[in-house]
Design a protein around this ligand. Structure first.
Ligand code: ARG
Ligand code: ZN
Length: 867
């Protein structure tokens, strides 16, 4: 039965305190939970108490210390019901048993590499003990953990440690107390034989905070960057949002078996080790940037998520969209703002627009779900962040800041809704934000069409904007939305100082009607409109700009995002023509523009690298929209790359040379930018098979002092399909065979090769001793890279790619449904494929749908995909 937002009721009971007693054992862990419960005065319900469970093994229960008889309660694996509820508060104690070693779902209490750890969001706490496992039940937790000292010298839980000690039989214990009331999804416990890296932080108001990162022994040196990122995050949140840390200790644990990126449990963040561990020799610049962003993200959740949490899971974007917005702002301040913005928009378009345009489309705040784990999506996270960003653009920085302060002040300690959040900004700005709320309710990517007419004699420019809101699943009709559109008019020498309605124009208009016109004056020369500057709204922009206009923007636009966009749009125009007709000649003006970008590359290498990178195959597919032939797209892109390689060979080699870096590796944005330009140039230079360029790649592969350059060279060599490529792959494996996170990269490179032989190669790699279907990182590195990032080979015309992935999904599903459901999302674009592939993809999906015993996770995705 689906869960619906309209059915929300306040909880019938409250749980004020929780005492958890956890006796750890590999297969027979004993949990005794003591809950102080009372009826919720805000609830009308008078019935029995029903607690959630999931696969629990009940042992015994006590009411106010007195053992409960079988007639008093019903204990099932999925629920616990107490028939007669005492008046006032009472204490319910429940003992259960669980087997952490058998927990392959990685939800609840499980083992990762011999450590015990937990993951409770969204509904994993009910796999540990019976509870009101919903985010609006906030309790103060005390956790006592007992374990063998030898097996688990480190015993960690939320809050501050208040006691520890030694017991008989080689066992020991620790007691942790978290004074902040929190929902059960923020509970965490970790125990194991782990190494710890320590540091400290003094908050703005003088609180001394101990910082600890726990990792496998021997990995201590790989935590330096994560620790540094943590301290920078803590300072930044004080300076920019006025938010201080609130406990005496903040801990991060890196585990190697984790379904997602990381988890913000109060005071005890648990991370996928991929987002903690980094050394120059093992991690790329992208890894470093991800670590910085995710460390920040989880830390920022302490205020946006933990101190103020969600009333129900429909409000997930309340914490996720806002926290992504905050981590994006943090990274922008630490690095280059325009480069960060461009990268975020690239992610948004590739992950979210494709979701919004297919059968899995849903609003930023969904109103119905079958399985909440399937809603940790790009729409909730990335589009959710865009909505917060638009709010800031619309009401201005000052009102936005006031609104945030008001939110923290008004709702600290509460579980709230999107309406509560938006009300703070309405109050702070004095604006009516009811139309803005549609961003949370209406799914699909809006399209903005723009048309402009310049009147030379009057010096005016009339810009007409209209909004088109496409139908999406369950939403055939839509109401007009509110769009902040940043814009300018650009002349040959740059921005024109224009007026709107006679006033100085500040660069922002709000589109609220289906169609609206804006009349700009003081427009003395023929302008090119620069629309949606900084990507001020998450929309598709349809504006007819010819090549000359795009070149003007590329040269003269003051907005870096739109300069980048102009290069992309130009390339996309060319590529679309090439897809239709592979004999289309390549526009020499484009080659010249690329040459210009290369020539000025030294000014801002990271930006130049982004401008040189051609739209991806998936970008082109999205632009085409229907009857997509992935092979034709690949062909077009390959032709353009090799043409650029041939025409610009010498310039590319010069750029590669110029962008080399002497001295030790630094993960800082400045050096990372130089490496990214060098490596984009390297890839283009090798695109036509140039011997000279491939020799440069080989030298880089042999001599690199960091993983970024080494991986880039490996990828380029492997793409070349030469014997040298195979040799490099082999050499790399021999060098890094014992390092799982590095071997993952090696797997991904091969899984993404656009070669006929790739599927066979992937099947071979599954037999590699480093591969395991049980570990999510391994599966994503090989299988996920193939299904999500290899357009031609996943979409092989005979359907082999689809049936291969389907088989893997079906074999993973019984063990780890979340992981299986994630893989299935690779089919999200199936309807836009050409008829042959579409039929094969549909058949594969129908085959999965027909299997008995599917998990709720997989059943939900497959049914929605086919609907
Ligand atoms: N709250 C986590 C984060 O975004 C994500 C955890 C999601 N886990 C899950 N099983 N759905 O930081
Ligand atoms: Zn999050």
């Amino acid at each position: 039965e689906p869960v619906r937002l309209v059915d929300y009721r306040v909880p019938a009971f409250l749980i004020d305190t929780v005492h958890l007693d956890i006796g750890l054992d590999r297969t027979q862990t004993r949990i005794v939970a003591t809950l102080a419960i009372r009826r919720n005065p805000a609830s009308e319900e008078r019935g029995p108490l029903k607690l959630d469970g999931d696969s629990l093994l009940f042992v015994e229960a006590w009411l106010d210390g007195v053992p409960l008889q079988t007639r008093d309660c019903i204990a099932l694996p999925q629920s616990f019901t107490l028939h007669h509820v005492p008046e006032g508060s009472f204490t319910l104690t429940i003992e259960t048993r669980l087997d952490p070693s058998a927990n392959t779902q990685l939800m609840g209490l499980y083992r990762s590499n011999s450590a015990y750890c937990t993951q409770c969001e969204a509904e994993g706490f009910r796999r540990i003990t019976y509870f009101l496992d919903r985010p609006d039940v906030l309790s103060v937790y005390t956790t006592r953990i007992e374990a063998s000292f030898q097996e688990a010298p480190a015993l960690l839980a939320n809050g501050n440690k208040i006691e520890d000690g030694v017991l008989n039989h080689g066992r020991h214990f620790a007691v942790w107390h978290d004074p902040f009331p929190k929902p059960s999804y923020l509970f965490a416990m970790v125990a194991g034989d782990l190494a710890v890296v320590r540091d400290s932080f003094v908050t703005a108001s003088g609180r001394h905070v101990r910082l600890e990162i726990y990792v496998e022994h021997g990995k201590e040196s790989r935590c330096t960057y994560a620790m540094d990122a943590l301290k920078r995050s803590m300072r930044w949140d004080e300076q920019v949002f006025g938010r201080e840390y609130d406990l005496d200790i903040f801990m991060i644990v890196a585990v190697s078996d984790f379904n997602m990126g990381a988890m913000e449990n109060k005071g005890l963040n648990v991370f996928n080790d991929k987002y903690v561990l980094a050394l120059p020799e093992t991690a790329t610049d992208l890894d470093y940037a991800n670590i910085e962003a995710i460390i920040a993200h989880e830390y920022f959740h302490n205020w946006t998520g933990n101190r103020i949490t969600c009333r129900d899971w429909f409000q997930l974007c309340l914490k996720e969209g806002l926290t992504v917005f905050r981590d994006q702002e943090f990274s922008s301040d630490q690095r280059s703002r325009p480069v960060k913005r461009i990268n975020d928009v690239k992610t948004l378009r590739s992950q979210q627009f494709s979701e919004d345009g297919g059968p899995l489309a849903h609003p930023v705040r969904p109103e119905i779900y079958n399985e909440i784990n399937n809603f940790y999506t790009a729409t909730v996270y990335e589009k959710g962040a865009e909505v917060v960003r638009m709010l800031k653009t619309l009401i201005g920085d000052e009102a936005f800041g006031k609104g945030m302060d008001l939110y923290f002040e008004r709702h600290d300690g509460e579980a709230v809704t999107i309406e509560d959040f938006i009300a703070c900004f309405a109050d702070a700005s004095g604006r009516d934000l009811s139309q803005f709320m549609l961003w949370y309710r209406q799914s699909g990517t809006p399209e903005i069409r723009a048309e402009g007419v310049w009147d030379e004699s009057g010096g005016t420019y009339a810009l007409t904007l209209s909004q088109i809101l496409p139908a999406t699943p369950g939403q055939p009709q839509k109401q007009p939305m509110l769009f902040p559109i940043r814009l300018g008019l650009v002349g040959v020498k740059g921005d024109l100082p224009i007026r709107l309605d006679g006033e100085h124009f500040d660069g922002l208009v709000a589109l609220t009607e289906p169609q609206q016109s804006f009349l700009f004056s003081d427009v003395g020369e023929k302008p090119v409109p620069s629309l949606l500057r900084g990507f001020s709204a998450p929309v598709k922009l349809a504006v007819d700009l010819d090549e000359e206009a795009l070149l003007t923007l590329l040269r003269a636009d003051s907005d870096p995002f739109n300069r980048w966009q102009a290069a992309q749009s130009y390339a996309l125009k060319l590529l679309l023509r090439l897809v239709k007709d592979s004999a289309t000649p390549i526009d020499p003006r484009f080659v010249e523009a690329i040459s210009g970008i290369l020539a000025r590359g030294g000014d801002d290498p990271a930006f130049a690298a982004l401008s040189l990178a051609l739209p991806s195959e998936a970008d082109i597919a999205r632009e085409i929209g229907s009857d997509v032939d992935p092979q034709a797209i690949y062909g077009a892109r390959t032709k353009l790359r090799s043409t650029l390689g041939s025409h610009l060979g010498a310039e590319l080699l010069r750029t590669i040379e110029m962008m080399s870096i002497d001295g030790p590796y630094s993960p800082q944005a400045r050096d990372a930018g130089r490496r990214s330009l060098r490596n984009v140039a390297l890839e283009l230079a090798c695109a036509n098979g140039s011997k000279a360029a491939l020799a440069v790649a080989q030298a880089q592969f042999d001599n690199a002092n960091n993983m970024t350059d080494e991986m880039a060279a490996l990828n380029t060599l492997a793409l070349s399909g030469t014997a040298a490529g195979e040799q490099a792959l082999q050499g790399f494996r021999e060098r890094y065979g014992s390092d799982p996170l590095v071997v993952d990269k090696w797997m991904s490179v091969q899984a993404m090769l656009p070669h006929e032989t790739t599927l066979a190669r992937v099947k071979d790699l599954m037999r590699d001793s480093a591969f395991s279907l049980h570990n999510p990182n391994r599966v994503r590195a090989l299988i996920g890279a193939f299904s999500a990032n290899n357009q031609t080979q996943f979409n092989r015309p005979n359907g082999e790619g689809y049936s291969f992935i389907a088989d893997i999904i079906l074999s993973i599903d019984p063990k780890n449904p979340q992981l299986a459901a994630r893989l299935l999302v690779a089919f999200k674009m199936w309807r836009s494929l050409e008829a042959g592939r579409r039929a094969l993809a549909a058949a594969t999906l129908r085959d999965i749908a027909a299997r008995p015993g599917l998990s709720r996770d997989v059943a939900d995705i497959v049914q929605r995909s086919l609907a």
